[in-house]
Design a protein around this ligand. Structure first.
Ligand code: ADP
Ligand code: MG
Length: 268
């Protein structure tokens, strides 16, 4: 094909930006560089699982995506916006705290520890942020919270307090609470690591349902079965870099790097 003919090919339709794009992201705590140049792209609707040994920087990276840590180098975009900055007339300005808070509303985060408000019922926990932060009328927030609790299989626990729920139930309330803000992205940091083994399945099932509904998710997990079944992309982190990334069949089934292989030998 000649150059002229190529020139006549219509431009590809504009695709939506990645939900997350990290290029050479670095982060140090004091003298210690914890992230040493993270590269990762997550498309809208994709599920990315982050694996890696303790201390490899997985939580720190999630915290950077969620504006909880400031990066020192490289670039990090969420949904097309450079994290920490806004663009105005081709110049970048640092975000003010209020603007950071506004962007953080679009990102749901679920931690290993559920951190529910102990003095509020399951329903109370789910409606708290929509009512207080978004100003959603209480009865509308309540109706939606009931739907969300149904979605995580806990409609009958709406009036229970966290202390009356199992760890797995509390974690599902925490997921419902995050969803109540209508996030465009959900981050999970070892959501099942603190749970008794028999409670893990219900939480993973809720996460599978979210993935099937098209939620963009970044999941730090040691649950290899979940990663294999649900992830579109698996990224193996070690020493603050992404050592290897690709579809689960490749990274888990046929790892290219010795460090990935050594890690998988230990956890599988
Ligand atoms: P992972 O989640 O993969 O286990 P982390 O992101 O929690 O790893 O931690 C990576 C490294 O950064 C660890 O060595 C940890 O001790 C260090 N680190 C994390 N947070 C801080 C902090 N706030 N101050 C100092 N060091 C930290
Ligand atoms: Mg961690």
């Amino acid at each position: 094909m000649t150059a002229t003919q190529q020139g006549n090919i219509p431009a590809a339709p504009a695709t939506s930006p990645p939900m997350i794009r990290a290029e050479g992201v670095t982060k140090r705590f004091g003298a210690v560089e914890v992230l040493k140049g993270i590269d990762l792209t997550v498309a809208p609707g994709e599920v990315a699982c982050l694996l890696g040994p303790s201390g490899s920087g997985k939580s720190t990276f999630l915290r950077c995506i969620n504006h909880l840590e400031r990066i020192d180098g490289g670039q990090l975009w969420v949904d097309g916006d450079l994290v920490g900055y806004r663009r105005h007339r081709d110049r970048l300005y640092e975000l003010k705290a209020r603007e950071v808070a506004r962007r953080r509303r679009d990102i749901g985060m679920v931690f290993q520890r559920f951190n529910l408000f102990p003095h509020l019922t399951a329903l109370g926990n789910v409606i708290e942020a929509p009512v207080r932060v978004l100003g959603t009328p209480r009865d509308r927030a309540r109706a939606e919270a009931i739907r969300l609790l149904e979605r995580v299989g806990l409609a009958e626990k709406a009036d229970s307090y966290p202390g009356q729920l199992s760890g797995g139930q509390q974690q599902r309330v925490a997921i419902a609470r995050a969803l109540a803000m209508h996030p465009k992205l959900m981050l999970f940091d070892e959501p099942t690591s603190a749970l008794d083994p028999e409670l893990v399945g219900d939480v993973l099932d809720v996460m599978k349902g979210l993935a099937a509904d098209g939620m963009t998710m970044v999941v730090v997990t040691h649950e290899m079965g979940f990663a294999r079944e649900v992830a579109d992309t698996v990224a193996f982190l070690d020493g603050g870099v992404v050592v290897e990334t690709g579809p689960p069949g490749e990274v888990l089934g046929d790892p290219k790097h010795e460090r990935t292989r050594a890690f998988l030998d230990k956890v599988l």
